[in-house]
Write a protein that binds this ligand. Structure first.
Ligand code: SAM
Length: 307
């Protein structure tokens, strides 16, 4: 009996938490249909705008502002997010998350007084293309960002449903980062990790002195997995073109590289191929996967203001 009740109670808890988060931050969400403020309807679990557009909140603790099941899956299906969740659980990305949190804290600090404008206003941070939510979760746990209210946005309902499983005060939203369902200037920080960027949209939703942290795969990112897939050296990730594209769309104020190597255990290796779209359509020989001794995390960080 108790066993059956538990999941339902957990879901109700998540929905109530989401409602509390949205109610404390009225006017941050904007209707994806008409752009008007999207507010929590009294005594209900729905968001409504003045023009009558209405979006139900999911019992699992997220708001789907795309409707009809969320965005297209393509390579980003439930298996990829489950695998990412497992790999994040191994701790391979802890160092990256710690460094990103430290950078975010540093970038937010100088403008703190000006941003607050005398009245104590909390910072808002958005993880745009949050996937299963690891970075938003990790940053929300960092002491230097305790004054931040966190939002996570992803096109994939599978991803956002998984993200809502993290026990954290984060408002999880299914939506398109090219048309983010937020009011102008809502955020002090937009984080965009290994996901497509919408520079014009990010500029619109950032406060005048808000900052974008864009994370790209570095040249050596998962190079051992790439090699197993048969990618040639010249097909390596990161570096040149992706970073140059970023620079054309941002006034860059900070650059950093996070590069380190992890040693996966035998069981952990099995989760690696499915965690990345790099392996989509590629065959990896299981015996070759077993021989993997190390895996390189190499991320390029570009921070600044979208142009
Ligand atoms: C490689 S995953 C990275 C996810 C997460 N940032 C991480 O590092 O685990 C790329 C993510 O971008 C999301 N995405 C792709 N296009 C998007 C869009 N137009 N709006 C919002 N999310 C999008 C995908 O659904 C996927 O979750």
């Amino acid at each position: 009996m108790l066993e059956q009740k538990r999941p339902a109670q957990a879901k109700i808890g998540k929905l109530e938490r989401l409602k509390t988060l949205l109610a404390r931050d009225p006017g941050t969400l904007a209707c994806p249909d008409c752009g008007a403020a999207l507010l929590l309807a009294r005594e209900s679990s729905a968001l409504r705008c003045a023009r009558g557009h209405c979006y139900d909140l999911a019992r699992k603790g997220y708001a789907n502002l795309l409707g009809r099941g969320g965005g297209a899956r393509g390579v980003y299906g439930p298996a990829l997010f489950a695998s990412r969740r497992a790999v994040f659980g191994f701790g391979f990305y802890e160092e990256a998350a710690r460094r990103l949190a430290a950078l975010a804290g540093e970038l937010l600090r100088p403008g703190e007084a000006a941003r607050r404008g005398g009245a104590a206003r909390p910072f808002r941070a958005l993880d745009a293309g949050c996937g299963e939510g690891y970075y938003a979760f990790a940053l929300s746990r960092d002491a230097s960002l305790s004054a931040c209210r966190f939002y996570g946005l992803d096109l994939s309902k599978d991803a956002v449903a998984a993200a809502a499983g993290y026990a954290a005060d984060i408002a999880w939203i299914v939506g398109d980062l090219a048309r983010p369902p937020f009011r102008d200037g809502a955020f002090d920080l937009v984080l965009n990790v290994l996901s497509p960027a919408g520079y014009a949209a990010f500029r619109r939703i950032l406060a005048p002195d808000g900052v974008l942290i864009k994370v790209l795969p570095g040249r050596d990112y998962l190079q051992e997995l790439r090699a197993l897939c048969g990618y040639q050296d010249r097909e390596r990730g990161g570096g040149g073109e992706a970073a140059a594209h970023c620079e054309r769309h941002m006034r860059v104020t900070e650059r950093a590289r996070i590069r380190y190597v992890c040693a996966p255990q035998a069981e952990q290796k099995k989760a690696l191929p499915a965690m990345t779209p790099l392996t989509a359509g590629k065959h990896i020989d299981p015996a070759a996967l077993e021989t993997l001794r190390r895996i390189t995390i190499d991320l390029e960080i570009i921070a600044g203001r979208p142009l």
